[in-house]
Design a protein around this ligand. Structure first.
Ligand SMILES: [Zn+2]
Ligand SMILES: [Zn+2]
Length: 427
């Protein structure tokens, strides 16, 4: 059968609008809408038969029940649903009533065609409304990860608009000790701040074990500027609560839920955060990032450089100290899960490399040691030996007890390449 014969068969079913007729031949001739396609087929049939071409308004069409005449109205409703929301990309999805899908099958069956000839109603609706949304809002369609996702529920006569999160990447320094990276809910009151009717004694009613965190000193500013409804802090690993994060800082991403603004001046945001954090935390290198930056920050292998203050139980000889460091330099360390780490975690031995280690004895009982090691190397245990659970260790090689009294992280660097990669930025 030729296209024209098939079109005659569909037309003969009767009561079908141009779009619903054209949709059966959607895989023929690009660059036309289904409505234009249907109109053209009817015009050709009319010319062959020397008759006026048939015409059925969408409102009178039994297949789409008028929906093919409502693209503009749905697009306007979609645009209204996100009024006041800044976005650059969108995607439109349609949930058609079951009846329309059934009508589509019946039409093809009655015309003697394949049940899936052409394209589904849903695809046309997504595309036609989508084009109009783009024109109305000056934005672009994105099938991967749009800023806004519309769902047109034709049966319930509803437009749902989901505003996806926005992301800001940066690096932070933590300049005071005893601040965790993220909110740490109080275990006594499970974050409620109350025990029965009384304020929780454990946390003074705060609900948190520590009153501040890097997250609480940074994320609220971003949430405020982007006018969102929630924020999540994602860090590239985390330092101990009592460790400082210095040098070039640690990569992080702040995720803002349902932002009404997503193109913000990151230089200004940076100074706003730094003013808010009052010198306890500093951020730098802020950039607008993609959704994928969250996984990158969490999964990208990174080496760390640390500075440790070390106290020895007995006097240490300078030569022995230098020899022990030389022994550790470039060595692979075997570490059992440290005693101080969550005891519910199964104990296992893992190996991590010390890339570089150097140190200075300040006096016979104290030293500063700088270590550059693979991600996951436990530094406190590298120094103390953790009762024989880490091998080799500085204490083990010296045969003298050693303990880290202060630990600072100086650098967090991607192993294979830097965290900052153009593919993960929006600006
Ligand atoms: Zn129709
Ligand atoms: Zn509490």
């Amino acid at each position: 059968m030729s296209v024209l014969e098939d079109a005659r068969a569909v037309d003969a079913v009767g009561g079908v609008c141009d779009a619903c007729l054209g949709r059966v031949f959607a895989d023929r001739s690009f660059g036309l809408t289904n409505r234009e396609r249907g109109r053209a087929l009817r015009t050709t049939i009319g010319l062959e038969d020397d008759e006026p071409p048939a015409s059925v308004e969408p409102a009178d069409c039994w297949v789409c029940e008028g929906h093919c005449g409502a693209f503009d109205a749905w697009a306007e409703r979609a645009a209204e649903a996100v009024e006041g929301v800044e976005f650059g990309t969108y995607q439109v999805g349609t949930r058609p009533p079951a009846l329309i899908e059934e009508n589509e099958r019946m039409l093809r069956e009655d015309a003697g065609l394949d049940a899936d000839a052409g394209e589904p109603f849903k695809s046309e609706f997504n595309r036609e409304v989508g084009k109009r949304v783009g024109r109305l809002t000056g934005t672009e369609v994105d099938f991967e990860r749009p800023d806004v996702q519309f769902l047109l529920d034709l049966g319930d006569d509803e437009v749902e608009a989901k505003v996806n999160s926005a992301f800001v990447y940066g690096r932070y320094r933590k300049l005071v000790r005893d601040i965790p990276q993220t909110k740490w809910p109080c275990s006594a009151c499970k974050g409620s701040g109350r025990q029965g009717r009384e304020p929780c004694e454990e946390c003074d009613g705060l609900g948190y074990r520590y009153p501040e965190s890097v997250e609480q000193l940074t994320a609220p500013v971003v949430e405020d500027v982007m006018d969102g409804v929630g924020a999540t802090f994602h860090g590239a690993g985390r330092e101990d609560v009592d460790a400082l994060m210095l040098g070039t800082g640690r990569p992080f991403v702040i995720e803002i839920e349902e932002p009404r603004r997503r193109t913000v001046d990151t230089d200004r945001l940076q100074s706003d955060i730094n003013a808010f954090a009052e010198g306890k935390v500093e951020v730098e290198g802020l950039r607008l990032a993609t959704h994928d930056m969250v996984e990158r920050v969490k999964r990208h292998d990174a080496s760390k450089r640390y500075s440790a203050q070390v106290a020895f139980e007995e006097a240490v000889d300078a030569e022995a100290f230098a020899e022990a460091l030389a022994e550790l330099d470039g060595t692979t360390i075997e570490q059992e899960t440290p005693n101080r780490v969550d005891h519910r975690r199964a104990s296992k031995v893992r190996t991590r490399d010390v890339y570089e280690i150097e140190g200075d004895l300040e006096d016979s009982h104290t030293a500063t040691v700088e270590v550059h090691g693979a991600g996951g190397l436990y530094i406190k245990e590298l120094i103390s030996g953790d009762e024989g659970r880490t091998n080799p260790s500085l204490a083990g090689l010296l045969g003298i007890g050693a303990e880290v009294t202060a630990l600072d992280v100086l650098r967090v660097d991607g192993e294979s390449e830097p965290f900052e990669n153009a593919a993960f930025f929006r600006d």
